[in-house]
Design a binder for this molecule. Structure first.
Ligand code: ADP
Ligand code: MG
Length: 263
């Protein structure tokens, strides 16, 4: 199947990197990168209260690529932001390995983000006056054990565009610079919120290819938010979010290459 179009020289994507995925979400597992217990998030107060998350129990494992799928407003971004230390839960616990993020100070959360998390958002947030290489170097200059900006850009297929400015790059290329920037510090986790949301399908595929390759080659635990159901097929595991809860999840026994995603 993976070779159908003859474009692939690699073997098909492996299934889950571990064989021990739990169908139950509430099994404590010391090998989990993230573990949440009963996470809720309420925005606002009184009459304008919004219950964005209504009790989320989640495990994310080392080296897996998870797709979070759900309708707009279901709570996906809120959940990702809480995992990444950009936001805090109203109640419940969030663990990154042995660290209890739900009890962490702002300073600790800042350190956690800096040392462990790469973010990719729908909009690329590149500095327009800096080249691709310089945009990535902004991060590598302050990271503890970064890869060279050139290596990060090569990993996302932009080794030939190092000295181009964002305005000289397509949307897909700009997003891949943003991915290079996110991975250059070798984060433990890569959190991606609708990274293809602003892209047409052809360029979106190049972005998904970059994410899949980073996950495969570096083993970076990756969580990818989308509302495009077809994209779930590239993941090891799919977590369905509905109305502030995880409604169900499934493990993909076989995965497809991003080039086979139809949307
Ligand atoms: P998704 O990413 O799945 O589209 P969000 O997590 O962004 O969903 O939002 C979940 C719910 O929380 C929505 O009803 C949204 O309007 C609300 N919400 C998100 N952020 C805020 C905020 N800062 N203040 C108030 N309500 C918010
Ligand atoms: Mg969102």
């Amino acid at each position: 199947m993976a070779q159908r179009n003859g474009a692939l020289s690699r073997p098909p994507l492996a299934a889950a990197p571990r064989t021990r995925y739990h169908s139950r979400m509430d099994t404590p597992d010391s090998r989990a990168v993230f573990r949440t217990e009963g996470v809720t998030k309420v925005y606002g107060t009184g009459a304008v209260e919004v219950h964005a998350l209504r009790g989320v129990d989640l495990l994310l494992y080392e080296a897996e690529l998870v797709v979070l799928l759900g309708a707009s407003g279901s709570g996906k971004s809120t959940l990702l932001n809480i995992l990444g230390g950009l936001d805090t839960a109203t109640a419940g616990r969030v663990f990154f390995r042995d660290h209890d993020l739900s009890r962490a100070s702002d300073k600790k959360l800042t350190e956690f983000r800096r040392d462990h998390v790469g973010f990719v958002f729908q909009f690329y947030n590149l500095v327009p006056s800096l080249t691709a290489r310089e945009n990535v170097a902004l991060v590598t200059e302050i990271a503890r054990r970064p890869m060279r900006p050139e290596e990060a850009l090569e990993r996302v297929g932009l080794g030939h565009r190092l000295d181009h400015f964002p305005a000289e790059l397509s949307g897909g290329e700009q997003q891949r610079v943003a991915i290079a920037r996110a991975i250059a510090k070798r984060p433990d986790v890569l959190l991606c919120d609708e990274p293809t949301g602003a892209l047409d399908s052809a360029t979106g595929i190049t972005v998904l290819e970059a994410l899949v390759e980073v996950n495969r080659d570096l083993g970076t635990t990756t969580a990818l938010i989308t509302h495009n159901a077809e994209i779930r097929k590239i993941a090891h595991r799919v977590i369905y979010v509905a109305d502030g809860r995880i409604s169900h999840q499934e493990v993909n026994e076989t995965r497809i290459e991003p080039s086979q995603v139809v949307w």
